[in-house]
Design a binder for this molecule. Structure first.
Ligand code: TXA
Ligand code: MG
Length: 360
């Protein structure tokens, strides 16, 4: 996949070393289509030394720390303000590195890894006891992923350690899709930021539990959907879609990170059925202090405006730009963001998941 450089970013690869006079975070900028992996060495070294390094993946920016260092992992929770009961995804550069972190590698894991890694897929498997307990939030499992972003893979490879990384935002806030979003949300809470331009998938990875390999369960929907997964493994379903009572009873333990309020901007989010039109908003908007922001679907008659962002009417194009639109309208001081809802089809399901959370 083609990665675009960040708009307004200096062309030259540059690193700003931390010192008494430079404020954190230090920033390394790289062009994802043409970079010298050696430029990542200061950030890789920081990871090895237990510091926090934000970096781009193809989905969203991650807040990385050495997954084998319990103190570094604790710093992630502190920087995000994240509750300890929400486990982290461990990012690796190779399948062998993933296998070394788990006590079982079922055939379903092998097939999914071969088909979709590197890529926006996280596999949940039984964890090895010697991993820091905090990574798994006390569960007996760990989420693993090989990201497809060339900068992420080069950084992990160079660091030589598995990298625990949640999205690089404060707890419940909107995930970052640019380095600027990370600076805005975390500022000096992060030691280094690797700026590799905007992300391309735009929403977080699909999380699949393989704790029962015969019944893979999607814990978090992502742009890699069940139809694609089902081409490789049998029995795949969304957790909670199945009528199986054991599945439903296990939901809170299996998927502790799915707090309802998540991905929420500062502004209040209102979902507007596109069949209803603008009039439906009038009662909602009465008495609003700040300007009303709009996220609309591209079709004839709507255009970008100072508080209106028009997104493509296909799920991949929409996902790529959705979080950026929430950030932009927040930054514009909107007190409410009205979102024209997309179709209720399977292809839009991962986006609906984020819309509902943003609005709750
Ligand atoms: O695309 C992504 O997945 C991004 C990039 C940085 O890789 N990361 C990300 O991390 O979204 P985070 O921490 O914001 O979300 C991780 C999700 C949560 O829903 C969490 O509960 C789930 O993965 N998860 C992680 N480990 C798990 C485990 N052992 N069991 C069940 N769910 C787990
Ligand atoms: Mg997150």
């Amino acid at each position: 996949m083609k990665h675009r450089p960040a708009p307004g970013v200096a062309e030259a690869t540059s690193a700003t070393a931390p010192s008494a006079t430079t404020a954190r975070p230090s920033v390394v900028r790289v062009d994802p289509d043409a970079f010298d992996p050696a430029a990542l060495e200061p950030a890789a070294d920081a990871l090895r030394r237990g510091e926090l390094v934000a970096f781009p993946t193809e989905t969203v920016y991650g807040l990385g720390a050495n997954a084998l260092d319990a103190r570094a992992v604790a710093r992630i929770f502190e920087a995000k303000g994240r509750p300890a009961n929400n486990p982290l995804i461990v990012h690796v550069a190779h399948v062998d590195q993933a296998r070394a972190l788990v006590t079982a590698w079922p055939d379903a894991a092998e097939r999914l890894a071969r088909a979709f890694w590197p890529g926006p897929l996280t596999l949940v498997l039984p964890r090895r006891d010697d991993l820091p307990a905090a990574i798994s939030a006390g569960l007996g499992s760990v989420g693993l992923r090989i990201p497809a972003h060339p900068v992420a893979r080069a950084l992990i490879e160079r660091a030589g350690v598995p990298v625990a990384a949640p999205s690089a935002n404060r707890y419940t806030q909107v995930s970052p899709t640019t380095a600027a979003h990370v600076v805005k949300g975390l500022g000096a809470r992060v030691d280094w930021i690797v700026d590799g331009g905007p992300t391309t998938v735009g929403i977080e990875s699909t999380v699949v539990s393989l704790l029962d390999p015969a019944r893979p369960r999607i814990l978090r929907p992502g742009m890699l959907g069940p139809d694609e997964l089902a081409r490789v493994v049998a029995g795949i379903d969304y957790l909670g879609d199945s009528s199986n009572a054991a599945d439903l009873a296990a939901t809170p333990q299996l998927s502790p990170g799915l707090a309802r309020k998540h991905y929420a901007p500062r502004a209040r989010v209102v979902l507007v059925d596109n069949a209803t039109g603008d009039e439906a908003l009038t009662p909602v908007l009465n008495g609003e202090a700040g300007p009303v922001g709009w996220i609309r679907l591209a079709r004839s008659g709507v255009a970008d405006g100072s508080h209106q962002i028009v997104l493509p009417c296909d799920p991949a194009g929409y996902a790529e730009r959705f979080y950026g639109a929430l950030h932009a309208l927040d930054d514009a001081g909107c007190s409410v963001i009205a979102i024209e809802t997309p179709p209720q089809t399977d292809a839009w399901r991962p986006i609906w998941d984020r819309l509902v959370r943003a609005a709750s």
